[in-house]
Design a protein around this ligand. Structure first.
Ligand code: SAH
Length: 278
């Protein structure tokens, strides 16, 4: 069933198409590309993640009848993917897949070893929109403008949990990071960055496999809801970059023993976050 995004304030209370503003390009797509017929079903989603399940009532002029409304399933957590700039085709692919896997927002970042210095945000936003419709998301994840390193680090440090994927990291996984966050971040106010930083450093300097630690982990069930996920460029992060963000309270995590391509790494991390937080 096709799904399109429309603006909230344009959808009214009435259960007919009178107040449902369907943009002309969507009508064109439905009629000329999908060649829909009267009686076929379409979903329109508003900015409050409400899905309007509609039936096509007439084609000329185009109108629909709203049959049911339901909340679109969105993850309870929000992951902002801070992705170092990659070659254009890789970024296209990554944005599409990251949206399918539930990413909340994507921020391209300039890092030391990024070969590319910029990217076409409008094009990426279009890709995000069509992936969101295709995968039945409740929002269109936003692709933000490219940020420089300092801006991006400062913003990510405000997330409840910030993690950076580093292929040379010790054996400390995303699962360990979530558990450590629950154990230490939970005790203090996680909005308070000082506390978060301290707890995070403690978590990373500990052997996450030790018995007492895993015993404590079992008792904790609070999970972060706003996560900043950092993935490097083709050439990886520099040692200094990783050290810098570690000092800023990021968890430095491994995604396993193999070195993944940047676009694979982002997806693997999103899946792992989904398993840990979902
Ligand atoms: N440094 C290597 C590989 C970079 S891989 C090189 O020079 O070719 C690109 C990005 O994917 C890395 O910056 C990292 O964020 C992520 N990544 C890849 N494999 C990883 C792993 N096993 N664990 C954690 N992160 C990984």
């Amino acid at each position: 069933m096709p799904k399109y995004f429309v603006a909230t304030r344009q959808i009214g209370e009435r259960v007919d198409s009178g107040n449902l503003h369907i943009p002309p390009e969507v009508i064109h797509h439905l009629k000329k590309v999908l060649r829909v017929r009267i009686g076929e079903q379409v979903i329109f989603c508003d900015a409050a993640s409400t899905d309007y399940h509609c039936k096509i009532a007439t084609l000329e002029p185009f109108s629909v009848t709203i049959e049911t409304t339901a909340a679109a399933p969105e993850p309870a957590y929000k992951v902002t993917l801070y992705q170092s700039l990659l070659k254009a085709d890789k970024l296209d692919w990554l944005v599409q897949k990251a949206v399918e896997l539930g990413v909340f927002e994507i921020i391209p970042v300039q890092t030391e070893f990024s070969v590319k210095k910029n990217c076409n945000i409008a094009r990426l936003q279009k890709i995000a929109e069509s992936a969101a419709g295709q995968s039945m998301r409740g929002i269109i994840p936003k692709v933000q403008n490219v940020q420089n390193w300092e801006m991006a680090v400062a913003q990510a440090a405000k997330a409840e949990m910030a993690i950076i994927a580093y292929e040379k990291a010790e054996d400390f996984s995303i699962k360990n990071a979530i558990e450590s966050w629950g154990e230490v971040g939970n005790a203090e106010n996680s909005e308070n960055f000082e506390n978060f930083e301290n707890s995070n450093n403690a978590a990373n300097s500990q052997n996450s496999n030790n018995a007492t630690n895993s015993q404590n982990l079992k008792n904790s069930n609070k999970k972060p809801q706003k996560i900043a996920l950092w993935i490097g460029p083709e050439g990886g992060f520099s040692g200094q970059e990783v050290e810098f963000v570690r000092q800023n309270g990021f968890f430095v995590v491994s995604l396993g023993k193999r070195v993944l391509r940047a676009e694979t790494a982002g997806l693997a991390a999103l899946v792992e976050l989904g398993l840990g937080l979902g």
